[in-house]
Write a protein that binds this ligand. Structure first.
Ligand SMILES: Cc1cc2nc3c(=O)[nH]c(=O)nc-3n(C[C@H](O)[C@H](O)[C@H](O)COP(=O)(O)OP(=O)(O)OC[C@H]3O[C@@H](n4cnc5c(N)ncnc54)[C@H](O)[C@@H]3O)c2cc1C
Length: 417
């Protein structure tokens, strides 16, 4: 038996982390990992209490070890923290709280909030005690998010929120929300916005679930009536909410682009859809590979997968060399969405009539169409592909900006849908 973490560079607190893992993981886990016995790891995984392990690790500062101890981390350097997280990964230990807290809210809070706000919001986020959702989009403000009409009015040490949000993924299960609201209707639309961490359990928050076309409960409408948010939960200065929201959206684009190393949830898990290997196996099993057009389509999907993976490697190499992000980030979100959708279309073509009709009780067969339907959202969620193309045009290719006849006008004087 070999210890797969033996070669890993050291970091402060390593013995403490190892002792904690011995305490929280079931007997046999470590041996199964050491022997590469994935079947036993899977079996043991079904017996553990995932959230409890995440909470223990988060409370001890191991979910984001590079954060300050007062903010729920251990104050390690980035490199030391990477080694600690690699150790957790090698031991296949669950350490990621659900929801968009860790990937989206944490970097935003970290960059924009005051120390006292960080101390309030980060520790419970990192331990998974408070799971987060994102309250940005509104019925009249999606792509043009800066038009948002939800208001926040100051009342002493609190803000009173009124308005409606929509498309809130995971809103039915989250304890906290990243909220952007209008605090100055007289300012230009990008200027009068402020960012808050809002408690979803507060009086006045009404969550109405929406069922997507695959029949799943994924997102919600949220109605906000006189909801009180303490000023302590303000993330960034009053009127700086747009810039803070750009941090969140940048992190979201990155998470959906396939550029991130599979540390937490991979982009494939977030985007849904059947992976290429599964589509290939199905096509071979069903004999669809004998059909020339299906064979060609499968070959194209393989090539697209390779291109995306090489682009991701190039982006990581730039980051590792300390170079600024190149155009890879902007193009990958568009390319990943389109390629994932094409892959699901190829799968349905290979299945033929079996894609839409299957024997009663054969849940596996139904998953193909369900995954196909889920991936239609890929070119909308996290910013539509059209909007991403505008970003590439303006910021990467340097083309003229989209004309805005109301540029600089007060939000209250601009038309809204
Ligand atoms: C599965 C899913 C999960 C989501 N989760 C969340 C969430 O958790 N929180 C949240 O806040 N939001 C969430 N969203 C919302 C998402 O960010 C918006 O749907 C998206 O930004 C588009 O906004 P919209 O739906 O209002 O469409 P619109 O903005 O009305 O766009 C309609 C069409 O017009 C096009 N269009 C609009 N403006 C332009 C332009 N300037 N140039 C070219 N074309 C344009 C768009 O590309 C689109 O095709 C989610 C969406 C989906 C599908």
């Amino acid at each position: 038996m070999t210890d797969p973490t033996a070669e890993l560079p050291d970091f402060p607190g390593r013995d403490e982390l190892t002792a904690l893992l011995v305490e929280v993981l079931p007997d046999g886990w470590r041996q199964a990992v050491e022997q590469g016995d994935e079947a036993s790891v899977l079996e043991l995984r079904a017996t553990i209490d995932n959230p409890a392990i995440v909470r223990t690790l988060g409370e001890a500062g191991w979910v984001a070890p590079h954060y300050a101890p007062a903010h729920g981390g251990r104050g390690l350097s980035r490199a030391e923290a990477r080694n600690a997280l690699t150790l957790l990964q090698v031991w296949e230990v669950p350490h990621v709280p659900r929801g968009s807290g860790l990937p989206l809210a944490a970097p935003t809070i970290s960059e924009w909030a005051s120390d006292s706000t960080k101390a309030r919001l980060l520790p419970k986020l990192l331990s998974g005690e408070e799971r987060w959702c994102q309250l940005f989009s509104e019925p009249g403000a999606g792509s043009d998010m800066a038009s948002l009409a939800t208001t926040a009015v100051r009342d002493g040490d609190e803000w009173i929120i009124n308005g409606q949000k929509v498309w809130t993924t995971f809103g039915h299960a989250a304890e906290m929300a990243m909220l952007i609201a209008r605090t100055d209707p007289d300012a230009a639309k990008h200027r009068g916005i402020t960012y808050f961490g809002m408690d979803m359990r507060a009086p006045g928050v009404e969550v109405r679930p929406l069922i997507n076309m695959a029949g799943q409960l994924e997102f919600n409408e949220i109605f906000l009536t006189d909801v009180r948010v303490p000023d302590l939960n303000r993330i960034g200065e009053v009127g700086e909410g747009w810039r803070a929201a750009m941090t969140t959206l940048g992190a979201e684009r990155h998470a959906l682009s396939g550029l991130r190393k599979k540390k937490r949830k991979s982009s494939d898990e977030i985007l849904g859809g059947k992976p290429l290997q599964e589509v290939l196996a199905m096509a071979v099993d069903s004999g669809a590979t004998h059909e020339p057009t299906t064979r060609q389509a499968l070959a194209r999907r393989h090539i697209e997968g390779q291109l995306l993976s090489l682009t991701a490697q190039r982006a990581r190499a730039r980051a590792a060399a300390g170079q600024p992000a190149g155009p890879e980030g902007s193009i990958s979100k568009i390319a990943k969405a389109a390629s994932n959708q094409r892959l699901q279309e190829t799968a349905l073509a290979a299945l033929g009539a079996d894609a839409t009709a299957w024997p009663e009780g054969d849940d596996g067969a139904g998953q193909w169409i369900e995954q196909f339907l889920r991936t239609r959202a890929n070119s909308i969620e996290g910013g539509t592909s059209e909007i991403q193309r505008n970003i590439v045009g303006e910021r990467v290719l340097g083309l003229p900006r989209e004309p805005d006849p109301y540029k600089g006008a007060a939000w209250k004087d601009t038309p809204r849908s």
